[in-house]
Design a protein around this ligand. Structure first.
Ligand SMILES: [Zn+2]
Length: 280
C-alpha cells in the first residue's frame, strides 16, 4: 500500500459531503461549504487524514470531535482548529483519549494486532508498534445549540449524551442528515458501559432524536461504525427510547456482559444495550 489515497475509503454522500473511512470500520464525515469545512471525527490516525481532507476541499477545515474516545481522536493532532464539548475537555484544553473513559471493549494495540493478523495492510512507512493516540492540545469548546456557518451551508450542534457525557451530533437540517458519532455503536447496539456512560441521559437523547426526526429535521443518521440508518429504519429510535425507559424502570431482565468493561446486557428490538453493572 503506497499512500494516503489507498488507505482511506472515501465516498461522496452528496455535494461537498464525504464519508472518509479508515480500515472500513472507523467513519469520519467531511461537510464543506463555500468558506469552511467541518470534519466530524478523526478515527484512529493511521493515515494522513489532514492530507485527505485537503485533497477533497479547498477551504480551511475545522475538526469537530463527537467525543474523546480513542477511535475518534486518533488523527486529531494533524489539525490546527479542533473543537469538542466541554464535558470531554480537561481544564488545560488538551484532549486525552482516556480522560472520560479509559477502558474499552477494544483498545488501540489490540485493534492494530487484529487488523494485521486478519491480513490488513497498513500504509507504507506506518509502524504499528510505535503508533499511539496522542493528546490533542489547544482544543476549543463546542456547545449544544451552536450554529456552524460554513458559507452557504449551516450546521447545528446537538448535545447527545449517554454513550459519553459530552457527545455532540452535527445536524444538516437542509439536507436532512444527522452525524451522530457513537449514538449507535457497532451493529447498531448501544454502549453505555464505558466511563461517563449514563442510561438516563441516553433515554433523553433518544427522546430528542425522535422529536427532531418527527419535525423533519433529519431522515438519515450517519454514525461512526455503521451503515447509515434512514427512513423507516429510524423506528429504531422509538424502540430504543422505549427500551431504555423499560430498563430504567426495572422491567427488563439482563445478563452479564462478557466483554470489557464489566456491565449488563439487555436485549432491545433485536439489539444489545450494554450498561454499567449498577443498572439492574
Ligand atoms: Zn465512543
Amino acid at each position: 500500500m503506497n499512500d494516503t489515497d489507498d488507505w482511506f475509503d472515501v465516498r461522496e454522500l452528496s455535494d461537498r459531503t464525504w464519508r472518509v473511512s479508515e480500515a472500513t470500520y472507523f467513519n469520519d464525515y467531511l461537510v464543506a461549504g463555500e468558506d469552511r469545512a467541518l470534519l466530524v471525527d478523526a478515527s484512529v490516525g493511521v493515515g494522513d487524514l489532514r492530507a485527505m481532507a485537503d485533497e477533497l476541499v479547498d477551504v480551511p477545515v475545522t475538526l469537530l470531535l463527537t467525543h474523546s474516545h480513542w477511535d475518534h481522536v486518533g488523527g486529531a493532532t494533524q489539525f490546527d482548529d479542533v473543537r469538542i464539548h466541554e464535558a470531554e475537555l480537561p481544564p488545560n484544553g488538551t484532549v486525552r483519549w482516556d480522560y472520560v473513559a479509559d477502558t474499552f471493549h477494544v483498545h488501540l494495540d489490540e485493534w492494530l494486532d487484529a487488523f494485521r493478523e486478519g491480513g490488513g495492510q497498513f500504509p507504507d512507512g506506518f509502524d504499528p508498534t510505535s503508533h499511539e493516540i496522542r493528546p490533542v492540545p489547544d482544543v476549543s469548546v463546542a456547545a449544544d445549540g451552536e450554529t456552524v456557518d460554513l458559507g452557504g451551508r449551516k450546521l447545528e450542534l446537538l448535545h447527545l449524551p449517554g454513550h459519553s457525557p459530552g457527545q455532540l451530533g452535527v445536524l444538516d437540517r437542509e439536507r436532512g442528515d444527522l452525524y451522530g458519532g457513537d449514538v449507535l455503536h457497532l451493529r447498531r447496539d448501544l454502549y453505555a458501559h464505558f466511563g461517563g456512560g449514563d442510561l438516563g441521559a441516553y433515554a433523553d437523547t433518544f427522546a430528542r432524536l425522535r422529536a427532531l426526526r418527527d419535525e423533519g429535521a433529519f431522515d438519515t443518521l450517519y454514525t461512526a461504525h455503521n451503515r447509515p440508518v434512514s427512513g423507516e429504519d429510524l423506528s429504531l429510535l422509538d424502540d430504543y427510547h422505549a427500551g431504555l425507559r423499560a430498563i430504567l424502570a426495572g422491567e427488563l431482565s439482563s445478563r452479564p456482559n462478557d466483554g470489557r468493561p464489566p456491565g449488563r446486557v439487555y436485549d432491545v428490538a433485536g439489539h444489545e444495550v450494554v450498561t454499567r453493572p449498577d443498572v439492574e
